[in-house]
Design a protein around this ligand. Structure first.
Ligand code: PEP
Ligand code: MG
Length: 319
């Protein structure tokens, strides 16, 4: 069956009633891009750029970063590459960037908050991204956004660097939705962003107030909690006001029990582990959008992730 799925994996994917769903790959190492494309990835929806920055004594130069991004873009053979700007905090310290010791780093300086305190480092990364050829193949994704002003600040830097470098093609800028207030403010963020991408790993952590690394709450850390699905619904609603596409790049997008709900809530793109792409595309081709929407509507009214899963498996037996 896997062979049959692979044969069709390179075609675009629609539900039986014609809704286009894009399937992208999450990447965290340069070597994986070609393999992801071979699995049928339509692009990379999340490049975790931390691999370039962690476990080294000095900051990667603009040229070194550009070189790595270029290699990944080439592995993807012209498909879009969404590069997330550096997402570090006190829990992932960098030798060359002093960060304060924090009692609770997960609620402290992380993601874009760090970048805006170290704008030179952010500008270097943006210039490296702008160097990738062909122009326009890369998109920039900003992690841990909690307000439109953070996104505007990154946009200003991106545009200044672009003009200074004489790059004529604009670069799409997206906001990660991984903090509940970002989901609630998605209409404001969508005004500033070209696309939104929901990071359900952190959205689950911050939405449920459960540390994603804490084994004592691991069993309750459930991305299908109806409260979280409501945040996804709210994000799509806000994005639609400005006709912006919404992706999900958190781990839940790779879960076939979650995919029909995300699709039913109006998510346009799933960015997943490369290995699941052929099977996920094959599954999406069996789904009806109207049924997904109906089941998703019901899921929003349930009480727990377990109830949501029971609803999904009773609708699509075999999942
Ligand atoms: C997320 O939070 O869902 C996400 C995709 O980012 P990371 O897992 O790298 O925090
Ligand atoms: Mg995250």
């Amino acid at each position: 069956r896997r062979e049959a799925h692979l044969a069709k994996a390179h075609e675009g994917c629609h539900t039986v009633d014609g809704t286009r769903i894009e399937v992208f790959a999450n990447l965290g190492r340069p070597g994986d891009a070609a393999a992801a494309a071979a699995q049928g990835a339509e692009g990379c929806g999340l490049l975790r750029s931390e691999f370039l920055f962690l476990e080294r004594a000095t900051e990667p130069s603009e040229a070194e970063q550009a070189d790595q991004y270029q290699r990944i873009a080439e592995g993807l053979k012209g498909r879009p590459l969404v590069i997330r700007t550096l997402d570090v905090g006190g829990d992932k310290p960098l030798a060359y960037m002093p960060l304060p010791r924090e009692e609770n780093p997960v609620l402290g300086l992380r993601g874009v908050r760090v970048s805006l305190r170290h704008p030179d480092m952010l500008r270097t990364q943006l210039r490296a991204i702008l160097r990738v050829k062909p122009e326009g193949v890369c998109r920039v994704l900003v992690p841990m956004v909690t307000s439109a002003h953070e996104l505007r600040a990154v946009r200003v830097m991106l545009e200044e660097e672009r003009r200074a470098m004489g790059v004529s093609t604009p670069v799409a800028l997206g906001a990660m939705i991984e903090v509940p207030v970002a989901a609630m403010l998605s209409d404001r963020l969508a005004e500033e962003a070209d696309f939104l991408s929901i990071g359900t790993n952190d959205l689950t952590q911050y939405g449920l107030a459960m540390d994603r690394g804490n084994p004592h709450v691991a069993a309750q850390l459930d991305g299908l909690h109806p409260g979280l699905l409501r945040l996804v619904a709210r994000t799509v609603e806000g994005a639609r006001k400005h006709e912006r596409p919404v992706a999900v790049c958190g781990g839940i997008a790779s879960d076939s029990r979650a995919a029909p709900l995300l699709i039913g809530l109006g998510v346009n793109e799933l960015s997943v582990s490369p290995a699941v792409i052929p099977g996920l595309k094959a599954f999406i081709r069996t789904l009806s959008m109207s049924q997904c929407a109906e089941v998703a509507r019901k899921a929003l009214e349930l009480e727990s992730g377990d109830e949501v899963r029971a609803l999904v498996t009773s609708t699509w037996p075999g999942l």
